[in-house]
Design a protein around this ligand. Structure first.
Ligand code: ATP
Ligand code: RIB
Length: 311
């Protein structure tokens, strides 16, 4: 039986704009092309989990508008379970502007809209309805909801995986119950700890600081093209990324952490799960877009086979 994973998180429509270089303050630049693509950290992760073959339940909130309808249609097409998606909050569907430079790097601004109505109550209802093997969250919905679901997971012995984006130093992480994996990227690590994880020593220091803020079995720092560093507070191991031509890094982190969650539920091996996350994210960065750039299980197998990679 495939794992049953509940993602309680955000959904956005992305306005993806390609530019040579993003504008600096006060500057106007010309875009090369644009498209509206499905995004949102939660939706990207729920899509990854469905595409990779698990039972993907998504608890979020969409506006009763064209973007919301288009996103819901896509989720159903991907086989995401949508019965815990709210559509009557009276708020518009979340919207993100994603500016992607020639080297694939992005800058993102999010208008939360309906994501603000992902409440502790709907999350709790989804949890008891789904009875998941694992719960996955980001910080793109109200923090009180993430805190509430962490208590429920803790009380019910269900592992919780947190992708710590977007980060805000004002979030009081100590309100969270102990979680299984806490995974910030480089920028988020620096925002929460004040330490830039650019060396082995600074990764150790950052994990030490993270441990004082939030209790987790594992801390997994996503390091972009360097891969990821995983630590339980004692050991720290670097798991290198796979080399690929980069087109657009949007959803790299979302697909990495979702794939890690899925593989951990299947194998109970954290290093293997990070390798699996790196492989899924490598395919994601080699394609344009957010949710749609994430590979299916078959596409991932073809990538691994081509590269001669054994996870
Ligand atoms: P996002 O763009 O979704 O916000 P992020 O900043 O949260 O991503 P990153 O640390 O940039 O997360 O990347 C997440 C994972 O994606 C990395 O751990 C790695 O596995 C993979 N990845 C990112 N950039 C590259 C790259 N240039 N080449 C290969 N893999 C990459
Ligand atoms: O992590 C990438 C995502 O962040 C984008 O799809 C955008 O919608 C924002 O949520």
């Amino acid at each position: 039986m495939q794992p049953r994973i509940l993602t309680v998180s955000s959904a956005n429509m992305d306005l993806n704009m390609r530019v040579k270089e993003a504008p600096v303050k006060g500057q106007t630049v010309f875009g090369k092309s644009y498209s509206y693509v499905p995004g949102g950290k939660g939706a990207n992760s729920a899509s990854a989990i469905a595409k990779l073959g698990a039972e993907s339940y998504f608890c979020t909130s969409l506006g009763n508008d064209d973007n919301g309808k288009a996103l819901l249609t896509l989720y159903n097409r991907l086989g995401i379970r949508t019965e815990y998606i709210k559509t009557d909050s009276g708020l518009p569907t979340g919207l993100a502007t994603v500016t992607v430079e020639d080297d694939g790097a992005n800058r993102i601004t999010v208008f939360s809209g309906a994501n603000l109505s992902v409440s502790p109550e709907i999350a709790e209802n989804a949890f008891y309805g789904v009875k998941p093997d694992a719960v996955f969250c980001h910080f793109e919905i109200p923090f009180e909801t993430v805190v509430h679901i962490s208590h429920i997971c803790h009380n019910n012995g269900v592992p919780m995986f947190i992708d710590a984006g977007p980060a805000d130093s004002a979030l009081n992480l100590s309100f969270l119950s102990p979680v299984f994996v806490f995974s910030p990227n480089e920028t988020e690590t620096e925002i929460f700890t004040g330490i830039c994880p650019d060396s082995e020593k600074s990764c150790y220091e950052a994990v030490k600081k993270l441990r004082s803020l939030v209790s987790a079995e594992y801390y997994v720092i996503k390091l972009g093209k360097r891969g990821a560093a995983v630590s339980d507070g004692d050991f720290l191991e670097f798991v290198p990324a796979f080399e690929v031509p980069v087109k657009d890094t949007t959803a790299a982190g979302d697909s990495f952490t979702a794939a890690l969650t899925l593989e951990y539920v299947r194998s109970k091996d954290i290093i293997r799960s990070c390798r699996f996350g790196n492989a899924v994210a490598a395919v994601t960065v080699s394609r344009m877009g957010a949710a749609e750039s994430i590979p299916t299980a078959d596409e991932l197998s073809a990538f691994l086979c081509n590269k001669g990679i054994v996870i």
